[in-house]
Each structure stands twice: as structure tokens, then as C-alpha cells.
Design a protein around this ligand. Structure first.
Ligand code: SF4
Length: 364
């Protein structure tokens, strides 16, 4: 197969679904880690095509959703400064902090700009030497390479007015936290294909073995997702605890080694808070001491931050596969994409946004 349309062929997808129906004998709970996969599943109705024995639950792989509230509030404080041009991917602008978002900072006169790459932010810094330019460097392993590249480039070019506000998180520690929780329901995982394209999947076999949970590296088109579910279901039914690659056209076991080396040069592992979930030890990346000059948190003293999360929001439970968006009393009423109470209603990868966009207002 060469073309994306073939991965959206309804007949081929139906064939894989029929095979899942044929082999399944009991109830299984499978988590898709990535919010991009959640959107594809809901958009194409894949969960509704599956036999009732397979329940899909949605994972924490939505970078915008898990960026801690404290850091969003820090971003808002930094972006409000008159000497700062604050740059970010577009998704972050509508994410609610404790009372406002980056859009409202822009509306009150803050210089907040959307960029498609952090390298554009470095260019903005070069063009505006009298301003401090900050890039909101959030995300999982997928966005780490361009973010570290921007820091390396700024260092190489001597761009001293560029810094990054880092909130990088990593998938394996989050899976460890989910699987190690007494309330865990997840029995199999669809791994995020784009994360594995960068990192490979060599980190996952020890996790699979430790918790007795099979996993499949999975892509993003309907056929990829159906294939990933079939791979995990087959392993569950056969009692095999393996990590299999259902996305071989993009992912190799080792991943992109030069990218991994570059990440390792600039970032080191650190503890990270996940919005709605809490602190997970060694679950993130932060700048190494030799790149501390590019750390926006050190460059700007924003005083003490008092956070204020909506008491109605159950996004943390949704991100751990313990609840679905329509279990939230605010879903579609007090909380909508126009007036979001939580980040999962804003992000293009958020489960609440997917359920809202594709009309999943009722419990299926
Ligand atoms: S619907 Fe809104 S308030 Fe409820 S969990 Fe989702 S983001 Fe939070």
C-alpha cells in the first residue's frame, strides 16, 4: 500500500473488524495512549464497529491536556510582560489557566504569536533584538527534536534573547503510573506511532513484561488503528505478552537514533506534574545545566503562582482511562469548546473535544 486513502478503505477496515469479532471470546479493556488516535477512533466510529467485548479507553497522550496548570499560569504571566514576545503552537492559546488563557492575554495587549515551528521563534528573536522571545516548549517525545533544535540553533547563532518554557513529558513513565495504580483497568495498549517513530519501541518490552500487558505500535489511519486493536486482541486471547509493531511502514525498533542523541544532548530526565493526574517521578524532560541560559523559568521571576482548577473537571480520570467525557456533569453544558473548563475540551487531541465534535453526547 502506498497511499493514505488505502488506509481509509472501509472494506479493508471492516475485514479487520470481522477478524476481531471472530477471535474475541471475552471482555478486554484496551487503551489508546495518543489523543490523535482518540480523535481518529471517534471520528471514524471505530469504537462503535468493535464487538461489545472490546472497550477502548483514552490515554494521557495529549500534550496540551497534561501541561500542568502552574506552568500555564507561568506562561500567562510571562506573556503579559511588555518586554516579551510569547510564541506557541496554536493549540495552547485557548487552554484555560486559572481564570484566563493566552488569547485573553493577547486581547489585553500581550504580544502572543502562533508559530508552526520553534525555529520560527528563533527567527523572531533575531528580528527583535530589543525583546525577549519565549517559546512554549510542550509535548511528548514527538515534539522534542524541533524544540531541542531551536535551543541548539539559538546557542550556535548567539541568540541571547531566546528562551524556552519547557513542559516535556514522556510516555513510558505515564504508562507505568497507570498500570501500577490499584484502580487500573487497562489490559492492553495501542502505542503512539509518532512517538515510536522518534524513540523506537525498545523501552516498552520491560513494561509489558512487568505488568503482563501486550502492546502494539499503532498508526493513525482507520486501518492502522483496527490493525493495532486486532494485534493486541490476538495477543490477549492467546495469552502472549509481547510488544508488536503494527505500524512498520513508519516505526523501527530502534527509532530515530540521531534524534534521540540530539534530545539527550539538550534535555535530561526530571520529575514532572501532569495536569489532572499529579506528579509522576522522572516522567519529563528539562534542560540540562549547560543550556540553563535558555530556561524561561529561570529568566523570568513571575512570583508565586496560585492555581485554581475547576472542581467540575474530571479530565484526570479520563486521561487515566477511568472515565469517559460524557461521565462529566459539565460536558456539553458548562464546558464546551467555546467555554472550556478543562484542557481536554480544547485540544485537537483532547478526548472531551473529540466526543463533543463528533456528537458523542450520550453514553453508548
Ligand atoms: S467536559 Fe470539560 S469539565 Fe468535563 S472533564 Fe472534559 S474538560 Fe473537564
Amino acid at each position: 500500500m502506498k497511499y493514505v486513502t488505502e488506509y481509509r478503505d472501509a472494506k479493508l477496515v471492516q475485514g479487520v473488524i470481522e477478524e476481531i469479532k471472530r477471535i474475541v471470546t471475552r471482555q478486554w479493556v484496551i487503551m489508546e495512549i495518543c489523543g490523535g488516535q482518540t480523535h481518529a477512533i471517534v471520528r471514524h466510529g471505530i469504537d462503535q464497529l468493535l464487538p461489545k467485548e472490546i472497550e477502548l479507553v483514552h490515554g494521557p497522550g495529549c500534550p496540551v491536556c497534561v501541561t500542568p496548570l502552574e506552568l500555564i499560569d507561568k506562561a500567562l504571566a510571562i506573556a503579559s510582560r511588555s518586554d516579551v514576545i510569547f510564541t506557541s503552537y496554536g493549540d495552547m492559546l485557548r487552554v484555560p489557566g486559572s481564570g484566563r488563557d493566552l488569547f485573553s492575554v493577547r486581547a489585553s495587549g500581550g504580544d502572543v504569536r502562533v508559530v508552526y515551528s520553534p525555529l520560527d521563534a528563533v527567527k523572531i528573536a533575531q528580528q527583535n533584538p530589543d525583546k525577549q522571545v519565549v517559546f512554549f516548549a510542550i509535548g511528548f517525545e514527538t515534539t522534542a527534536p524541533p524544540n531541542v533544535m531551536s535551543v541548539m540553533q539559538a546557542k550556535q547563532l548567539g541568540v541571547k534573547n531566546y528562551s524556552v518554557l519547557v513542559s516535556h513529558v514522556c510516555v513510558p513513565p505515564a504508562m507505568h503510573a497507570i498500570l501500577g495504580s490499584p484502580s487500573n483497568r487497562v489490559q492492553g495498549f495501542l502505542l503512539a506511532g509518532h512517538v515510536c517513530a522518534v524513540m523506537g519501541y525498545w523501552e516498552y518490552p520491560p513494561l509489558a513484561k512487568k505488568y503482563g500487558v501486550p502492546m502494539a505500535v499503532t498508526g493513525f489511519e482507520p486501518l492502522d488503528i483496527a490493525q493495532g486493536i486486532l494485534t493486541v486482541t490476538r495477543a490477549l486471547e492467546e495469552g502472549r505478552i509481547e510488544v508488536e509493531n503494527a505500524y512498520p511502514r513508519t516505526v523501527t525498533f530502534d527509532g530515530n537514533k540521531p534524534a534521540q542523541q540530539m534530545i539527550d544532548k539538550v534535555f535530561m530526565q526530571c520529575d514532572r506534574k501532569w495536569r489532572g493526574i499529579g506528579a509522576i517521578p522522572m516522567s519529563g524532560w528539562c534542560l540540562r545545566p549547560e543550556f540553563a541560559a535558555f530556561n524561561a523559568e529561570k529568566r523570568f521571576d513571575v512570583g508565586e503562582i496560585q492555581t485554581n482548577e475547576s472542581p467540575l473537571c474530571i479530565a484526570g480520570k479520563i486521561l487515566q482511562g477511568l472515565s469517559k467525557p460524557h461521565d462529566c456533569s459539565a460536558f456539553g453544558t458548562q464546558c464546551t469548546p467555546e467555554r472550556p473548563l478543562g484542557a481536554t475540551m480544547v485540544s485537537a487531541e483532547g478526548a472531551c473535544a473529540a466526543y463533543y465534535k463528533y456528537g458523542r453526547h450520550e453514553i453508548a
